[in-house]
Design a protein around this ligand. Structure first.
Ligand code: PMP
Length: 749
């Protein structure tokens, strides 16, 4: 180094200090009164060309007033680069100042960062460098998708899904605009350790090694990503920068509107590259420490509604927010076109726009924590599930009269979740269709006509579904009970005066068995949910099914477990609800979470029952078992396994129940907490012990006003229903309880 500095630059008596560098080896060079930076690169013609281009740009930028850039210093004989021993050397002036990372980010400083970048980018519009236009690198956000190859190096499956979600959102929300976005040369790495400040304002920038010809907006996207790290209110921080940038070099609304996804893309680029780097240097603590702020911001970013971000950034840039459809108008349209029999949740209905894992985003920019929609088992818009659907839909969608791999792979994996006796599956398109088919099969097999149901049970919306759902036919409108229905009381321990040690189960079983006897051997099937959802999250009393199932079978009927609500690992301790009752049904009904919101359902049964059904006409469902649905259903099973969602449901569910029990100590009205895993019910009574329907409604609606979704149900609608997507975390449970506590305090104290 010393030789080169002396021979080519005439610098002697120097002090050399190594500096951080990404793709070069850098030294601070101090001589009497002057400081420089010597950079060393491995030689290649491409690098040489790029460095010449970079130098030309630095010379151009050095004409800007009151801003500092590294200035190229030529050798004694006027050369820009020194080529020696397979290396390239280059000398630059040293830019003085405090790093942005070392000083407090005041609004003034942040605004000046925007102004600085605005001046630089505006000036860069005049530069054209073919080598930089041709440069391709994965740190250029327009090539963000190139980082997908690193996804596999992210060791935690949930973390990987989070990053994958943003890859998918980039495809959906950024890529369609890619050919309309302005392009220009940008610095491309205005991070805290490249930006220099003086007197509380940004004064300079170094390290042009990542410079590229990219979407102009990427400059600001990258800059705000870094200043938002570790901040309580990232949108406010970013808004100051945008305001400053806008005052010099206005952004367009199309650019501002995708910033949310560009920020996420930068964070994902960073964590993907760290994950890959860790495979090369597994012992490096530096990588782990340096990637932490990016992960933190990425998780926080998911909690920000993209619409809120879009509005905030538009406002910061002086543009109006995007006009949103008025709720009143939408409600009017709804009532014009849709039947009144459809209901809407909450006094204040929600205009839903988007969703991600445990969050839903409304049209007003609010983020809503979803503690209710169990259908989204793997999490809203889970990337693995969405990708499965996209891919197969783009390739083949057909029906079960042809041979295709998806149905074979899926049915094999699905059946592996059941005991050996349950070895045949029929695919349909909903839980209701599954119920309908199950009942048809049960009647065909048993050659009997009567169906035994539990009071307050619900099994579907078809004609048969309603006939066997006391929850529906037992209510108003005089639907009434069909002759072929035999009812059994709901085996609910709470309020029975009995204990759940088997005695309550025996008590209810006795009553049920006497009704079975009363039906004189004509019961074709007994259908029950292991924990009754619509009945108010009521687990059937322990031992109940163990007594009832044999009795049904003894008189020639079969037993159906409706797993539509509780199946697929939600219960934590069990994958299927019947397992908690230590029985094996003859038939199982599946639906809801089975494909994370994609409409599928299934009946799983024995070979014997399936065989008898085959004696009748062909069973055909146009859509049931199509390749797209099967691929999606299969992806859900894979996510459950990869992300250990069943174990997660147990851990978070137990934690949530423990918090609820604590709350119960404070409020008498919380009469009973029940359920398992992330399928929980909270029964509310008034001080006299009567169902507290009013309180349940107020709690539900108040929670909604605080952007948390739960439901209510049960015969008196006095039970809070909590059954979130399984991406719901302990932190989310804390937030739910915090709000519940506040609401109970307000309403009850
Ligand atoms: N069974 C149970 C236990 C249910 O809760 C439901 C839906 N709430 C169904 C069946 C019917 O499913 P779907 O609405 O998907 O047809």
């Amino acid at each position: 180094m010393e030789e080169i500095l002396s021979e080519y630059y005439g610098l002697n008596q120097i002090r050399l200090t190594p500096l951080e560098g990404y793709d070069s080896i850098n030294f601070k060079v101090e001589t009497k009164g002057k400081t420089h930076v010597l950079k060393q690169y491995p030689h290649s013609d491409a690098t040489q060309e790029l460095l010449h281009a970079e130098n030309r740009i630095l010379v151009h930028l050095s004409k800007l007033q009151s801003i500092d850039f590294p200035k190229p210093i030529n050798t004694k004989d006027g050369k820009e680069l020194v080529l020696r021993e397979g290396l390239i050397f280059r000398l630059l002036s040293y830019v003085e100042g405090d790093f942005l990372g070392n000083i407090e980010h005041t609004p003034r400083l942040l605004k000046s960062l925007g102004e600085f970048l605005g001046k630089m980018d505006r000036s860069l519009l005049k530069c054209h460098e073919a080598s930089l236009t041709a440069k391709e690198m994965q740190w250029d956000l327009k090539h963000f998708m190139a980082n997908e190859k690193y996804l596999k190096f992210i060791p935690d499956n949930k973390d990987r899904s989070l990053v994958d979600y943003f890859f998918l959102q980039f495809l959906e929300n950024v890529c369609p605009h890619q050919y309309e976005l302005r392009k220009s040369l940008i610095h491309n790495d205005a991070n805290d350790w490249n930006v220099l400040t003086r007197d509380g304002k940004v004064s300079g920038i170094i390290d042009f090694g990542d410079m590229c010809h990219s979407w102009t907006v990427n400059e600001i996207a990258i800059a705000i990503t870094y200043v938002m790290m570790g901040k309580e209110k990232p949108l406010e921080v970013a808004s100051h920068v945008i305001e400053g940038y806008q005052s010099i070099f206005p952004l367009e609304t199309e650019e501002l509107d995708i910033l949310y996804y560009l920020v996420a893309a930068r964070l994902c680029t960073s964590v993907c590259n760290s994950a890959y780097a860790k495979t090369l240097k597994p012992e490096s603590e530096y990588i782990t420490i340096s990637e932490r702020p990016a992960w933190r911001l990425l998780r926080k970013w998911l909690g920000i509604n993209p619409i809120k971000c879009r509005d905030a950034f538009r406002m910061a840039a002086g543009y109006p927010k995007v006009n949103k459809p008025k709720l009143r108008e939408q409600l009017k349209k709804r009532s014009t076109n849709l039947g009144k029999a459809l209901s809407l949740s909450y006094i204040n209905p929600i205009q839903m726009q988007r969703s991600a894992f445990q969050y839903m985003y409304d049209g007003q920019g609010n983020t809503i924590l979803d503690a209710y929609n169990n259908i989204m088992l793997a999490g809203h818009c889970h990337p693995k599930v969405v990708r499965a659907g996209r891919q197969v839909m783009a390739r083949l969608n057909t029906n079960t009269r042809y041979v295709f791999p998806e149905i074979l792979a899926y049915s094999e994996t699905l059946l592996s979740k059941f005991p050996q006796s349950l070895d045949k599956v029929f695919f349909v398109n909903s839980g209701s269709a599954a119920t309908d088919l199950a009942i048809r099969m049960a009647l065909a097999y048993s050659k009997k006509k009567k169906i035994m149901v539990l009071e307050h049970g619900y099994h579907g919306n078809t004609r048969v579904g309603i006939d066997i759902s006391h929850y529906k036919y037992g209510q108003g409108n005089n639907l009434g009970k069909q002759d072929y229905i035999v009812e059994a009381p709901m085996p609910k321990v709470f309020g029975s005066g009995l204990k759940d040690d088997g005695s309550a189960g025996k008590h209810f079983a006795q009553e049920t068995m006497s009704r079975i006897d009363g039906a004189k051997g004509k019961i074709a099937t007994f259908i029950a949910e292991p924990i009754m959802g619509c009945g108010g999250q009521v687990p059937l009393a322990k031992g109940y099914l163990k007594e009832v199932y044999p009795k049904i079978r003894a008189q020639g009927g079969i037993c159906i477990s409706d797993e539509v609500q509780v199946g697929f690992g939600r219960l934590g301790d069990f994958f299927w609800g019947y397992e908690m009752h230590e029985v094996v049904p003859d038939m199982v009904i599946l639906g809801k979470p089975m494909a994370n919101g994609h409409p599928i359902g299934a009946v799983v049964t024995t070979s014997e029952i399936s065989e008898s059904f085959a004696q009748g006409p062909e069973f055909f469902s146009s859509f049931g078992g199509n390749p797209v649905s099967c691929a999606i259903g299969h992806a859900v099973l894979q996510v459950i396994q990869e992300e250990k969602l069943q174990e997660h449901a147990k851990k978070v569910g137990d934690y949530l129940q423990s918090l609820l029990v604590e709350l119960q100590q404070e409020f008498l009205e919380i009469a009973n907490i029940r359920g398992m895993g992330l399928f929980i019910g909270v029964e509310l009574l008034d001080k006299k012990g009567n169902p507290n329907t009013m309180l349940a409604h107020r709690v539900k609606n108040e929670l909604r006003e605080n952007y948390i979704l739960i439901g209510t149900d049960g015969p008196y609608d006095n039970v809070l229903k909590i059954k979130p997507p399984l991406s719901f975390s302990e932190k989310d449970a804390d937030l739910l309880l915090h709000q519940l506590h506040k609401i109970c305090n307000d309403l009850l104290n």
